[in-house]
Ligand binder design. Structure first.
Ligand code: HEM
Length: 87
């Protein structure tokens, strides 16, 4: 029915914020209702986490990827040794 949720390709954007927003709003035009009146904010967070936990668990014969490849942005760690004046 819906797209494969175990790959890195997302029709409505990957990452926890987009997945949360998709679950909350649903995609009524394509057959998924909005879940915001059904589940609490916390439950939608839990559903988003659960959906993301499915990454890489695809079984043979699963649906082909749809949408765009989503790559989690990497936030560069602050290098604590930089900017230190040498004595
Ligand atoms: C709480 C249960 C559900 C969750 C957590 C959930 C989650 C999601 C997510 C995260 C997406 C976006 C996938 C993407 O961006 O590639 C999606 C899409 C979709 N879901 Fe659900 N879903 C649920 C229930 C359902 C149900 C019950 C149906 C249908 C009876 C459904 C039908 C669809 C369809 C057709 C799409 C694709 C929309 C499109 O092509 O734009 N979902 N779902």
């Amino acid at each position: 029915m819906g797209p494969n949720l175990t790959d890195k390709y997302w029709i409505h954007g990957g990452g926890v914020k987009n997945v949360y927003a998709t679950i909350k709003a649903g995609v009524p035009a394509k057959g998924m209702i909005s879940w915001q009146l059904v589940f609490s904010q916390k439950q939608i967070q839990q559903l988003a986490s659960y959906v993301l936990s499915l990454q890489g668990t695809s079984s043979p014969g699963g649906k082909a990827p749809e949408g765009q490849l989503y790559v989690e942005p990497v936030i560069a760690a602050k290098d604590s040794t930089r900017g230190t004046k040498s004595l």
